[in-house]
Each structure stands twice: as structure tokens, then as C-alpha cells.
Design a protein around this ligand. Structure first.
Ligand SMILES: N[C@@H](CCC(=O)N[C@@H](CS)C(=O)NCC(=O)O)C(=O)O
Ligand SMILES: *[C@@H]1O[C@H](CO)[C@@H](O)[C@H](O)[C@H]1NC(C)=O
Length: 224
């Protein structure tokens, strides 16, 4: 396999960075990882991602690519081994549909319930559960969203598998319980225990502290 020179700019706790790491790992691509400080962004990051100024940025042979969903597609097109998208165009479209569903419909209410309280939190919670039910249905008859192996949709939904328990612990709101969501629970377990993901997760305790502080700062600001 062509090696090339791959660099990844990230921060340890970012779900968007994590999904790029998983995709590179599935492909067996070696890369140099550069930890950014988002309160003091490096000149390189600003130069590589002048539009959004965010991580992840992946630099392949000197050429920068930003936006995790775009990076994932680039990885899939550049390294053809261990495909994360199916061959069939319709199935490819469906995998992308579920990636978009997570970004547009599922993540916003989950984030909203995490940084709010009272009525606003209740409404966000109801919306999150509604959308989780849709995912639960999609998992009927399969282990992963793309079938029997981890694919693009699993990777994109993946951060939820490790962030959700942390949100639940902090807010004391249970979202993915085995009774309501048996298939999602099984998916989470299979995903988190898969060889690609298992040893790649940010330390749970450290993440918990970070998210606790984050929620408190949002609540102090009045949810703005
Ligand atoms: N849509 C972007 C989102 C990336 C993103 O939100 N990154 C955060 C870290 S989790 C960031 O770099 N924030 C820096 C900032 O907003 O200044 C993607 O999918 O890559
Ligand atoms: C910001 O980062 C630069 C290196 O990129 C470093 O020299 C500087 O000390 C940092 N400033 C702060 C306030 O951390």
C-alpha cells in the first residue's frame, strides 16, 4: 500500500477527530498525530483550515483536508483496502444518509439536553429519544449499520457509543437503556469492543471531568 505522508491535527477529546482516527486505523494507514490547543491554535492549523479553524485536519502529502465527513470520504477513496462503504450505489447512499441523520437530527438534541435543564432539557430529551428509536429500527436484522462489519455509518455514529454513557452519568438522564433500545445497546457493545475501536478511546475519567466542566460552564452562561 502506498504510504505517503499523513498528518492529523486534533484534540484528544474530539469525536470528530476520533472518527478520522478510526477510519485510518481500519485502513492501516500510519500517520503523525499533532495535538492542538484550541485556546491557542497553531499557525499551521489556521493555515490548513482557514475557513473553519477547527480540528480535525488531515494533511496528505502536504495537502490539507478539513471536515470529518469529507476526510472520511477522502480516506475511503485513497486507500482502497478494507472498504468502509459498500459496493452497491444504493447501499452507499443509505450509509451516507445515516451519517447525515446523526449530524442533522440526532446529535443536536443530545447536545442540547446535555447543556440545558428544565423544560428545554425535557424537550431535547424527547426529541433525542424519538431519533434514537429511528436508529434502533434501522439496526433490525444486523449487527452494524452497514451489515456485518463496521462501515461509514458506524464510524460516524460511533462517538455516541462512548459519549452517551458520560452524558447519562452527568445529567442522570438515561437514554440508551436495554429495555427500550436492545439493538442499539448490542451495537454499542460490539462497536466499543471491536479491534479498531477498543484501544483508541479517550480516557473515560478525564473525559467525564471535561464534560462536567463543559456542562457547568454552559449552564452558568444561561445556555447560550
Ligand atoms: N464539522 C466539523 C466539526 C469539527 C469541530 O467542531 N471541531 C471542534 C473540536 S470538537 C473544534 O475544532 N473547535 C474549535 C473552535 O470551534 O474554535 C467536522 O466534522 O470536522
Ligand atoms: C501559544 O502557542 C505558541 C506555540 O504555537 C506558544 O509559543 C505560546 O507560548 C502559546 N501561548 C499560550 C498562552 O499558551
Amino acid at each position: 500500500m502506498e504510504k505517503g505522508d499523513v498528518k492529523l491535527f486534533g484534540i484528544w477529546s474530539s469525536p470528530f477527530v476520533l472518527i478520522v482516527k478510526w477510519a485510518l486505523r481500519i485502513k492501516g494507514v500510519e500517520y503523525e498525530y499533532i495535538e492542538e490547543d484550541l485556546s491557542n491554535k497553531s499557525n499551521l492549523l489556521l493555515e490548513y483550515n482557514p475557513v473553519h479553524k477547527k480540528v480535525p485536519v488531515m494533511v496528505h502529502n502536504g495537502k490539507p483536508i478539513a471536515e470529518s465527513a469529507v476526510i472520511l470520504e477522502y480516506i475511503e477513496e485513497t486507500w482502497k483496502n478494507n472498504p468502509i462503504l459498500p459496493d452497491d450505489p444504493y447501499e452507499r447512499a443509505m450509509a451516507r444518509f445515516w451519517c447525515k441523520f446523526v449530524v442533522d437530527k440526532l446529535s443536536p438534541p443530545i447536545w442540547r439536553l446535555f447543556i440545558s435543564q428544565g423544560k428545554e432539557q425535557e424537550e431535547a430529551y424527547a426529541l433525542a429519544i424519538e431519533n434514537l428509536k429511528i436508529l434502533e429500527q434501522e439496526l433490525q436484522g444486523k449487527m452494524f449499520f452497514c451489515g456485518e462489519t463496521i462501515g461509514l455509518a458506524d464510524i460516524s455514529i460511533g462517538p455516541l457509543a462512548y459519549v452517551m454513557p458520560i452524558y447519562e452519568e452527568i445529567t442522570k438522564l438515561k437514554m440508551v437503556d436495554a429495555e427500550r433500545f436492545p439493538l442499539l445497546c448490542a451495537w454499542m457493545e460490539a462497536f466499543l469492543n471491536s479491534p479498531v475501536v477498543k484501544d483508541s478511546l479517550p480516557p473515560g475519567e478525564k473525559l467525564l471531568l471535561k464534560y462536567r466542566a463543559l456542562r457547568e460552564s454552559f449552564l452558568a452562561k444561561g445556555n447560550k
